[in-house]
Design a protein around this ligand. Structure first.
Ligand code: ADP
Ligand code: 2DT
Ligand code: MG
Length: 220
């Protein structure tokens, strides 16, 4: 039995508005990192398969209603229920690509303009969750997003909500480290190349980063 420790995996989050290209780019990044010899998992939030995820799914589809704070905490709980397995995978050398995370969590809830649901309030339950080594924010204009198809039928898929979400993402990411803003208005291939450069750099300096960290409070 050797004593060499396994090199830990990276926690890579992909964020952005609807139709920014998150899911397409997560798949491309998974394939790229696998080809580079990494063991990779691709997960997404909300994870609609768990009991909490099923409540979230019916809320997003509009078949049930939930009080704003209550559904917010369920979205957060849906991350907490996977936190331990994420930590274990990372420690075991698996790189995890995450399609939406705490940033969507805080921003979509705060965008409801509920007077007691500020961005600060919404961030609180995220504190202590596994902290991404890098968060790629796929930035796209409303015009470019519109070219990629109309709104879907789920809750939040409307112009007013998307506009507020865009503004809040900007506010939130001004207050976060380890965020890389990617111009998602370029072609699928160009965006993918830009992401590869940033993620390769991140993976390259993992040794210096030390163990997986946890999310802290919002800083001004
Ligand atoms: P998201 O997961 O952010 O909602 P998707 O990856 O599902 O976005 O992409 C939304 C739509 O836009 C899909 O039809 C996809 O093929 C298309 N798309 C994604 N990225 C690009 C791009 N860079 N240029 C043009 N179309 C794109
Ligand atoms: P997609 O499955 O198409 O990504 O849409 N959301 C997501 C929240 O309101 N809070 C959260 O914590 C997360 C992760 C964003 C999921 C929708 O759910 C919203 C769009
Ligand atoms: Mg998607």
């Amino acid at each position: 039995v050797g004593h060499e420790s396994t090199r830990r995996g990276a926690l890579v989050v992909v964020e952005g508005l609807d139709r920014a290209g998150k899911s397409s780019q997560c798949e491309k990044l998974r394939d790229y990192l696998s080809e580079q010899g990494h063991t990779v998992k691709y997960i997404r939030f909300p994870d609609r398969t768990t009991p909490i995820g099923k409540l979230i799914d019916s809320y997003l589809r509009g078949s049930t209603d939930q009080e704003d704070h209550s559904i917010h905490l369920l979205f957060s709980a849906n991350r907490w229920e996977l936190a331990k397995s994420i930590q274990e995978d990372i420690a075991n050398g698996i790189t995890i690509i995450v399609d939406r995370y705490s940033y969507s969590g805080a921003v979509y809830s705060a965008a409801k303009a509920n007077p007691t649901l500020s961005l600060e309030w919404a961030w609180q339950p995220e504190i202590g969750l596994p902290r991404p080594d890098i968060c790629l924010f796929l930035s796209i204009s409303a015009e470019e997003a519109a070219k990629r198809g109309g709104f879907g039928a789920e809750r939040y898929e409307n112009e007013a909500m998307q506009t507020r979400v865009r503004e809040l993402f900007r506010t939130l990411f001004e207050r976060q480290e380890d965020v890389s803003i990617i111009d998602a208005g370029k072609s699928l291939e160009e965006v993918s190349k830009d992401i590869q450069v940033v993620v390769s750099e991140c993976v390259g300096r993992l040794g210096a980063t030390g163990p997986l960290r946890t999310l802290g409070p919002l800083v001004n």
